[in-house]
Write a protein that binds this ligand. Sequence first.
Ligand code: GRF
Length: 206
Amino acid sequence: MSHSAPVRVAVLVSGNGTNLQAVIDRIEAREINARIVCVVSNREDAFALKRAEKHGIPGVVHQLGAYASRREYDAALVEILRDHGVQLVLLAGFMRILTDVMVDAFPHAILNIHPALLPAFPGLHAQQQALDYGVRFTGCTVHLVDCGTDTGPIILQAVVPVNEDDTEETLSARIQQEEHRIYPEAVRLFCADKISLNGRQVRILP
Ligand code: GRF
């Protein structure tokens, strides 16, 4: 592990927060040179906030409520993240699409985990899309976030087989096991400065 200062990370959530938990666990095990300085949720009832609290991480509820547009919502979000000195933003089940306001504020420093092998099955219900299409394999993807929906440069992927008797729930559970492995791994690489970008191609440095 490098001896430089831990990277200041924000995790944006809307729900359960199992990916948040996976990252917390690898940081606490000292495998990732990072500190989660805040967890931001657009829902006050997100279980992810309870996970943050349990680990002494400040939680912030940032609801659409008062904001007239997604760009204004994002401008206020940028302010929250700047106040916390955030260097890396992780989307972990955050159910809002970011605008250019957020993307431009953190260039090449926002990661997302998507439950399919992109560019297949972007958007919502990726697991059900895979079942409906009838693919034999699907998986998950960690990618850099750009202004498109799940279109940014790909960092890591993992393949998961689809069984003929899978439901959305059983397939999602099998994919999540891989999410919890590759998302923290991508964060580790980012924080160790091992990711370099050439156009839309990501190179992982030795
Ligand atoms: C994950 O399946 C992830 O792929 C998708 O949202 C879900 C978040 O789950 N983007 P959790 O809140 O981390 O448990």
